[in-house]
Design a protein around this ligand. Structure first.
Ligand SMILES: CC(C)(COP(=O)(O)OP(=O)(O)OC[C@H]1O[C@@H](n2cnc3c(N)ncnc32)[C@H](O)[C@@H]1OP(=O)(O)O)[C@@H](O)C(=O)NCCC(=O)NCCS
Length: 311
């Protein structure tokens, strides 16, 4: 995984993204204060304010709004821009040109207060990231590897535990025997299987053409080990393996908040429809791996019959 993907993954963890949302509210308040200044709320008309203030208002109002949005969505570019802005637009200019920023001791104290707030926020952010790093370092290595015959019982148990019913485990059992093209991966820590992901062939029939790809289903992580990044490791490993095999697309029916982080988009954007009625548009998604093969392909994407038989 590239550093940027690892960093994006780290800032999406629950603790960090809650912090980023708090930060996002700060930026919204910042935008409101710049807007108030431009509108002359507080008495001083904007045109009468020092030039530096007017420049700061004009730059910081849109920047704060963009940042508030990026931080709310836990985007890496927002975090990097935030750190850079604080350093280069606030800390450095303020320390170098304090007199230009503050025309009275009161203003100087306010600006020092603002600086201290920003320094605390940066420290909290860095501490959060450091704590994640230590947590990872303490934890054992999780590896992703193809499923082996000795894993079958554990894979069944994980699917039953994660879904709370046997349907998905039964689909995996029946496809494993009948479908040599299926891809079945497990996440292992200290010889213990913690998660499983399964891909099986899917065909899109539109007109006279049939295009073969894969469907992601099911995917399961032991309930007590969910939300620790194991599902993401499995999904990325599976996608990489299928890309290397030359698979042109992967479809999935699942949580619309989860799969877009791997590049999935609503399948309707590519004129693909689901074989089952009642699946919400945003829950039926596709990841295009080969644009050339997929250009002009549309129609109904069908999983293997074992899915219908098990449901
Ligand atoms: C879905 C599942 C495989 C994800 O595995 P995971 O190891 O928990 O996922 P990761 O740790 O990589 O990602 C965690 C993120 O996934 C998302 N997520 C996890 N479960 C989710 C769910 N049920 N609904 C929506 N989003 C979910 C959250 O955004 C979470 O981030 P957060 O902890 O910051 O809130 C796992 O939760 C699971 O086994 N669920 C039960 C079975 C299931 O629903 N399988 C998928 C069928 S589509």
């Amino acid at each position: 995984m590239k550093w940027s993907e690892r960093a994006q993954e780290a800032i999406k963890t629950r603790r960090v993204s809650v912090f980023l949302r708090v930060l996002s509210v700060f930026f919204l308040l910042g935008a409101a204060s710049h807007l108030g200044s431009i509108l002359g709320i507080g008495g001083t008309p904007w045109v009468a304010r020092p030039l530096l203030f007017r420049i700061a208002d004009s730059v910081m109002l849109p920047l704060n709004l963009i940042m508030a949005w990026g931080l709310w969505r836990a985007r890496l570019w927002a975090v990097i821009t935030w750190l850079a802005c604080i350093l280069f637009l606030q800390v450095v200019p303020f320390l170098l040109f304090t007199d230009h920023f503050a025309s009275s001791p009161m203003e100087e104290r306010t600006l020092y207060g603002l600086l201290a707030t920003h320094a605390s926020l940066v420290s909290i952010f860095l501490l959060l990231l450091l704590s994640l790093r230590f947590k990872r370092a303490r934890g054992n290595m999780i590896t992703i590897r193809p499923e082996q015959p000795a894993d079958i019982a554990a894979v069944r148990a994980i699917n039953e535990a994660a879904f709370g019913e046997p349907t998905e485990a039964a689909i995996v059992d029946s496809l494993r025997d009948k479908c040599p093209d299926a891809v079945s991966l497990v996440a292992v820590e200290d010889d213990r299987i913690l998660g499983h992901i399964f891909f099986s062939p899917v065909s899109i029939s539109g007109g006279h053409e049939v295009t073969q790809g894969m469907g992601l289903a099911p995917m399961a992580v032991l309930p007590e080990r969910q939300r620790q990044g194991i599902g993401s490791l499995l999904a990325r490993a599976g996608i990489d393996a299928l890309r290397q095999r030359g698979c042109p697309f992967i479809i999935v029916v699942g949580h619309p908040e989860y799969y877009p982080r791997f590049g999935f988009v609503p399948a309707s954007e590519h004129n693909l429809s689901c074989q089952w009625d009642g699946v919400p548009d945003e829950a039926f998604m596709v990841l295009i791996l080969d644009q050339d093969i997929m250009s002009g392909v549309s129609g109904v994407a069908r999983y293997r019959d074992e899915f219908d038989q098990a449901m």
